[in-house]
Design a protein around this ligand. Structure first.
Ligand code: NAD
Length: 440
């Protein structure tokens, strides 16, 4: 099938590449010409395990190409996936302007043609968006022979395992009441859906809401366990033990019950806020989601207070902190809403120096933290420890889980603030380190 992807970021590039690998012919379009120029040479704009090789393979096969021209992309396509961003606007709602721009550009091309296209909207959007886009297409193409059908197909990939998530989905949600679109979706996804059927055809509004509800529920689990972790600190319980005991209940499960710095990234914070806005627009108060955000917004301060509980402001001014982790989570270089960066921005003025290290997010972090003059970016985690008084762990990259005790001995104060609860507290304390986790 000939497929065009509109918006070649994390979701668009993974979707386009995987669809190409499944035997389709794919054109990925982006308005960012630099991204397109790089991709044409096989250079990917972000770190995602397995993706670069898959792009190169499919570039060699001629299954995938990249363009900035709407004319090239739309004239080629039988089916379109819109994957542009829906960031938070200044009111906390989803900013739909990138989608609206794409709708206008697609319609501009189609208006003097006679083409019938199905458009799957992968971007995360509030309930009612696909219907209003359908109305917009109908209006813009009123005097044209062309016709567009809009369906919802929200994306559930996780950065860091995005290719595997696409190829082995836990669910494929398609929102449509058009039988031809359902059949098209079944055909498109058949190669990844034949073993067990994960494809659910639902109403457009339900599909849109499934995506927000799923992200909001995961965010709720994180804020819930972070709140319990505070109680653990107060009563002297270890959140790791509490989590395991709670998670053994199959009705609860052990996923997303890890206390830490809270949730960041490009999706959860903005999606929870956008869902709250949707509640408000429908005149319904959501107490749970507001509390989820509130707990999350305060979690970084809760952690920073642990640093303040150890050092007086005067002492802190003399200290160098080693910070391990800059991306918002492991296996990605995405630093959007990264809590590590929030911490660095918040504490850099209070300390003498920061030595920072991340396995893949250094370039992006350097750009984002260019306003900070007392930070050094180290080549590896051991180098970052040199000259530091204390270690702060902010992202749970695998390479940080089991550090060599000897290398930690260089920490002048032998203090570790573990914002992800990944180190062996008992072992560290036996070796005379002071350990501060969250809820343990
Ligand atoms: P992104 O910012 O990485 O990529 C969006 C791309 O769209 C950018 O490269 C941008 O240049 C391009 N773009 C913007 N306007 C355009 C236009 N009019 N025409 C063509 N290209 C345009 O965003 P992302 O992380 O891929 O997210 C895309 C959508 O998918 C969002 O709604 C997001 O909430 C959702 N989503 C993201 C993830 C994730 O993990 N990143 C997971 C599931 C769903």
């Amino acid at each position: 099938m000939k497929i065009s992807i509109i918006g070649t970021g994390y979701v668009g590039l993974v979707t386009g590449t995987c669809l190409a690998d499944l035997g389709n012919n794919v054109i990925c379009l982006d308005i960012n010409e630099q991204i397109i120029e790089d991709l044409t040479k096989g250079k990917i704009p972000f770190y995602e395990p397995g993706l670069e090789d898959l792009i190169k393979t499919n570039l060699d096969r001629g299954n995938i190409s990249f363009t900035s021209s709407y004319e090239d992309a739309i004239s080629f396509a039988e089916t379109i996936f819109i994957c542009v961003g829906t960031p938070e606007d200044d009111q906390g709602s989803a900013d739909l302007s990138f989608i609206q721009d794409a709708v206008i550009k697609i319609s501009d091309y189609l208006k003097d043609k006679d083409r019938h296209l199905t458009i799957f909207l992968k971007s995360t959007v509030p309930s009612g968006t696909c219907s209003s886009l359908q109305d917009k297409f109908d209006e813009l193409l009123e005097n044209s022979q062309s016709k567009v059908v809009v369906a919802s197909n929200p994306e559930f990939l996780k950065e860091g395992s995005a290719v595997a998530d696409f190829m082995k989905p836990d669910r494929i949600i398609v929102g449509t009441d058009d039988i031809n679109v359902s059949e098209l979706a079944k055909r498109l996804y058949r190669p990844v859906n034949w073993k067990s059927n994960r494809l659910k055809i639902v109403s457009i509004e339900a599909a849109e809401l499934i995506k927000y509800s799923a992200n909001a529920f995961l965010a709720t689990k994180i804020s819930f366990i972070n709140e319990i972790a505070k109680l653990c600190d107060a009563v002297g319980a270890d959140i790791s033990e509490v989590r395991k005991g709670v998670g053994l209940d199959p009705r609860i499960g052990n996923h997303f019950l890890y206390s830490g710095l809270g949730f960041g990234g490009s999706c959860f914070p903005k999606d929870v806020k956008a869902l709250i806005k949707t509640f408000t627009k429908n005149n319904i108060d959501t107490k749970i989601l507001k509390a989820v955000l509130d707990v999350n917004d305060n979690q970084i301060d809760y952690f920073i207070n642990k640093i303040h509980s150890v050092y007086t402001p005067k002492e802190l001014k003399q200290k160098t902190l080693c910070v391990w982790g800059l991306s918002f989570k492991p296996e990605t270089d995405d630093i959007r809403e990264s809590l590590s960066l929030k911490l660095i921005n918040s504490i850099s003025g209070e300390v003498k120096h920061i030595n920072a290290y991340d396995p893949v997010a250094m370039t992006r972090a350097k750009d984002s933290l260019s306003n900070i003059d007392n930070i050094t970016f180290s080549r590896d985690s051991t180098e970052a420890l040199q000259g530091a008084d204390a270690l702060v762990i902010t992202t749970e990259w695998r390479e940080f889980w089991n550090p060599d005790l000897e290398s930690l001995e260089v920490l002048k104060d032998k203090i570790i603030f573990d914002g992800r609860n990944i180190l062996d507290k008992k072992l560290l304390e036996e070796n005379k380190f002071s350990y501060f986790g969250i809820g343990r």
